[in-house]
Write a protein that binds this ligand. Structure first.
Ligand code: SF4
Length: 326
């Protein structure tokens, strides 16, 4: 479980064409140290969860003032050294990684560093005024790994000049760079951003939900095959997000739709004589049926009858093991 501490837009001197940090995090100012501490206390006392990690998200953590970083990290490091949390993770930009910054993160026991790479295609990065190159992602990834941190690389799909082929190439390069974790974000067009302007003047066409789901399922399959943990697909839904999103593949359960599609893709070739008879552990049943039974409906429309029987054991499809549907 993550204990999320959102540090919105802190330290960011950039203005990426897609970014509207205010509605993504639902907050305008970074929390004080005491507010951040209160968030940690609330999670730890309320949920009694094990394997908690303190996670600084929402902006470019290593871009903020070093002294403020130190104060956030000292607070988090206290919980880590007392054994109350298992890790500290943060997200940042690849060009805000250097030896000095990594030294500070190491001092307080940061375990996981996630980079907002977004794409490994320089034309895409330049089109969205990202302010860094794919080369910066490569350099930062090597530095992070050389200091023993766990590397996460986050990507977006559907940005201007991006294509499904470029997105898949980005995923392949993440694997080659040694990422252990990833997040996939289909691009939403937020009001007030440059992307919204491009969309309104007709020079940018966002992905449809179907396009985002089809590509997302391919990426998800690749990352699973490569042993890269997919920590999240799509932004967390919220009233602020919904209110600010003017175009793009918005769906409150986009991540579930993508995982459902991944399972559908796994199962479809295994149908025999118009049947998919599946036995699966209880926890996998709803995912196999799909978000709002979308997989069951899809197979029905293709003349395939999907039946799922709960049982404790590996997933069996038409009596055979070996399908990754969990
Ligand atoms: S996406 Fe990150 S780097 Fe870009 S403007 Fe937003 S906070 Fe800054």
């Amino acid at each position: 479980m993550n204990i999320p501490i959102f540090v919105p837009h802190a330290g960011c001197g950039h203005n990426c064409a897609f970014c509207d940090q205010r509605s993504i995090t639902g907050a305008a100012a970074p929390p004080t140290i005491e507010e951040a501490r209160a968030t940690v206390e609330k999670y730890l006392s309320g949920k009694g969860e094990k394997n908690a990690e303190i996670a600084f998200f929402g902006g470019s953590f290593t871009g903020i003032d070093m002294e403020l970083q130190r104060r956030y990290l000292a607070m988090a490091g206290e919980y880590l050294s007392r054994g109350l949390v298992d890790g500290i993770r943060l997200s940042t930009r690849p060009d805000y990684i250097d030896e000095e910054r990594l030294g500070l993160l190491a001092e307080y026991g940061v375990t996981n560093i996630e980079l907002g790479a977004q794409s490994m295609d320089d034309d895409v990065l330049s089109a969205v005024k990202r302010g860094h190159t794919a080369g910066d992602v490569r350099r930062a990834s090597q530095l992070i790994l050389s200091r023993g941190f766990t590397l996460g690389l986050q990507m977006m799909t559907g940005l201007p000049l991006d294509t499904p082929e470029k997105a898949l190439a980005t995923a392949h390069e993440f694997a080659a760079l040694g990422a252990a974790e990833t997040r996939i974000y289909p691009t939403l067009v937020m009001d007030g951003t440059e992307l919204a302007h491009l969309w309104r003047e007709g020079s940018y066409r966002p992905q449809s939900v179907e396009e985002a789901v089809a590509l997302g399922a391919e990426l998800y399959a690749f990352f699973r095959r490569s042993g890269i943990k997919v920590l999240r697909i799509g932004l967390s839904d919220s009233e602020a997000l919904k209110a600010s999103c003017v175009a793009g593949p918005y769906h409150p359960s986009i991540g579930e739709l993508i995982k459902s599609r991944y399972i559908r893709n796994q199962l479809e070739p295994l149908a025999e004589g118009g049947h998919l008879k599946i036995s699966a552990p209880k926890r996998a049943v709803s995912r196999i049926l799909g978000n709002r039974r979308c997989n069951a409906e899809y197979f029905k429309s293709r003349g395939i009858i999907l039946t799922v029987t709960p049982y404790e054991g590996p997933v069996l499809v038409n009596g055979r093991e070996g399908t990754d549907c969990d």
